[in-house]
Ligand binder design. Sequence first.
Ligand SMILES: O=C(O)CCC(=O)C(=O)O
Ligand SMILES: [Fe+2]
Length: 256
Amino acid sequence: MLDSRSPIFNAYKWSDAQRDQMDRDGHIVFPGLLTKEAQGQLTESLVRILQMPRSEGQGPKPTNMYAAEYDEYLESVIAHPQMLELAGNVLGDDLRYDHCVSLIRPGGNSGSGWHTHGYGENHPELGFVRIFFYVNGFEPDDGGLKAVPGSHLYRRTGIRASVDDNEMWAAWGSDRTHPETGEPMEVENLTAPPGTVALMWTHALHAVTPRKTGSDSRWCVVYAYRNPGEGSGARRISFPFEQKCRNTLGNLVELY
Ligand SMILES: O=C(O)CCC(=O)C(=O)O
Ligand SMILES: [Fe+2]
């Protein structure tokens, strides 16, 4: 079990510059933010999740979708003071935990097509942030996250395309101007050294490139938090877990 005093993050800077970058681009990347100890613990947890019998798509509570409910260390990160501080930098103090999903991509994994997620489309004041832990990192062409800066400002849900950028643009349509900068929107191919943490507004258009056949597994887990105010289709918290955590975590686990 994680001692909440043992740090999971190395020192990082959060000021108006980081805030502005997050709001302008839709994401911000902190290379090497996870401590060596956290990287080790997270890898062990993700290996355990992978080895559990109930894998993706089976049963009412798949291990990948409810990862934190199957592993004490992953659970302990939800309300770790440094995690709440990081999520709070983006969302402010009134926030809810939404889900913890393991995103393990073994060699040969096909990645993920372009997509957006939804929340509070008609309430721009309601934020939803995805916090990705890229434990062993990635290269842009090897299980790499890519995104379109500025796309989050459109708050469009349900965009779906293959991982191909041209197909993405066809699905996205003709509004290709960054609403804030007025520049043409472009795909950004991210790079992540081991220990990278990436924060992304949920409405950002993003995709994941395939993992090369000869590569090792990409160890990754995402924690999502949001401002309360609407129901959340992404929420993955079982009723027993919510009951259990209500005593310890208070309204952090509640829907509203
Ligand atoms: O696997 C990844 O890097 C990203 C997965 C993803 O799109 C998500 O969790 O929203
Ligand atoms: Fe996604």
